[in-house]
Structure formats: structure tokens, C-alpha cells
Write a protein that binds this ligand. Structure first.
Ligand SMILES: *[C@@H]1O[C@H](CO)[C@@H](O)[C@H](O)[C@H]1NC(C)=O
Length: 227
């Protein structure tokens, strides 16, 4: 445990990112980020529902697209998932215009899985807390539906549980609403339901997106104010 904390805190001063400080990425990332800023500018008045996160969210656009078309498109939903994103990258995107001058009803967020390898549960939870703080400042009228980190590849079972236990406390039943979908995706820590996952046991297949939609629907409906 001590070693793990040193590993992540030890990144300070090295120029490498930590979970709670905004950080951009290289490669295609700046272009994807710009595409999402453009999406915001182009659809400013239409955006009612946002999905924010990493690749698991991004793949609503391909693997999960049928479920999206059936359940979210008519609710004016927009995808803000980027492959490989960590909490610090999401922080950067919030600070750099992705959610400027919009007023969505609900923002669904699931983030943290890409920080699991080199950060502790408390450190990742601080990153998630910082994201919520920045989202609340940018989108004061938007309800935040905070999803727990999903179980993955038989690894990190207890760490995922620990994060979800910490971030559950961010639920204030007013602006932030937490939902842990773990019981729909695994039978015990480290025991994922294989039918729902891709070969890498991290990403979801279509059935996984169906389960996500069903597990989230009652809370989403109520946050959107639908009857
Ligand atoms: C974003 O919009 C600008 C202005 O319309 C355009 O020039 C640019 O190519 C767009 N960038 C991306 C990545 O879509």
C-alpha cells in the first residue's frame, strides 16, 4: 500500500500526470478533444444529456450504437468519451471548453479505470472528486449521474470496490447521484460476467451496453424529470 501511494504521489515534479491535476495527451488526442469542443459549439442549445468518460463510454458510438439509438438519441444525448482517458485528461477537457455555455439536464460520468494500474483507490477518488468540483462550477444546473468504476479483467477487484465505496459518498441527492453497476457486471470482486465483456475483459460487447442501459434507466429517468 505504501509503495503504491509513493508511486502515484511520486509522479509529482517528474512532469508526469497525477489523477487530480488537469493534463492533456499527445497523439490524436488533441484532435479528438477539438472535435468534442466543436460538437459543443455546434449543438449548444440541443445538448440535454451528456455521457463523459473513457473508451468504454466512447464505444457507445460503435459497439453500443443500437442501444444508444433506441434509448438516448431522442433524449438529445451527446457522447464525450475518449479512448484511454484518465481522470486528469477529463479534467483538462472540462477546463478547456468542452462544456462551456451549455445547460444539459443530466451528465453521466464513468471514469477511473485507466488510472487503476499506477494509482491507489484514494488517489483516483481524489481525481474523480476534482472532476465533480469542476463540473459543478461549469454546469451548476446539471445533475451529475456518477457511475462507479466497472469490474474488469479479473484484476483490481478490491481496488474497484474501494474506489466505489469512496465515491459513493460524493452522492448528495441534490446535484450528484451515484450508481454502482458492479452487481450487474460481476458475481464477486474479480469475477466478471463473461457474456458482457469483449476479449480484453475490459471493454463491453453490445450485451454489456444493454445491461448498462437497463441498470441506469430508473435513475436516469428520474433525473431527466421524465414520467
Ligand atoms: C473544428 O471546427 C473548426 C471550425 O469550424 C474546423 O476548422 C476544424 O477542422 C474542426 N476540428 C475538428 C477536429 O473537427
Amino acid at each position: 500500500m505504501y509503495f503504491e501511494i509513493v508511486l502515484c504521489i511520486g509522479l509529482i515534479g517528474t512532469g508526469l500526470s497525477v489523477p487530480w491535476e488537469a493534463a492533456a495527451k499527445g497523439g490524436n488526442w488533441p484532435e479528438t478533444h477539438q472535435r468534442l469542443i466543436n460538437q459543443t459549439v455546434q449543438h449548444r442549445t440541443d445538448i440535454q444529456l451528456i455521457f463523459l468518460g473513457d473508451s468504454i463510454t466512447a464505444r457507445w458510438a460503435n459497439v453500443g450504437r443500437d442501444v444508444w439509438a433506441q434509448h438516448y438519441a431522442s433524449r438529445h444525448a451527446y457522447n464525450y468519451g475518449i479512448e484511454g482517458d484518465r481522470t486528469e485528461n477529463v479534467l483538462y477537457r472540462i477546463e478547456d471548453k468542452e462544456f462551456d455555455s451549455i445547460n444539459p439536464k443530466v451528465l453521466v460520468m464513468k471514469i477511473g479505470t485507466n488510472n487503476l494500474g499506477d494509482c491507489t483507490a484514494p488517489e483516483i477518488s481524489i481525481g474523480i472528486y476534482e472532476i465533480i468540483r469542476h463540473l459543478r462550477a461549469k454546469l451548476p444546473n446539471t445533475k451529475l449521474l456518477l457511475l462507479g468504476v466497472l469490474p474488469r479483467d479479473g484484476n483490481f477487484g478490491l481496488k474497484v470496490e474501494e474506489i466505489n465505496k469512496i465515491i459513493a459518498k460524493f452522492d448528495d441527492k441534490k446535484h450528484v447521484f451515484f450508481l454502482d453497476m458492479s452487481k450487474h457486471f460481476s458475481t464477486a470482486p474479480g469475477k466478471e460476467i463473461p457474456d458482457l465483456y469483449d476479449h480484453d475483459k475490459v471493454h463491453l460487447v453490445l450485451k454489456g451496453y444493454q445491461v448498462w442501459q437497463q441498470a441506469m434507466e430508473p435513475l436516469l429517468k428520474s433525473l431527466l424529470g421524465e414520467k
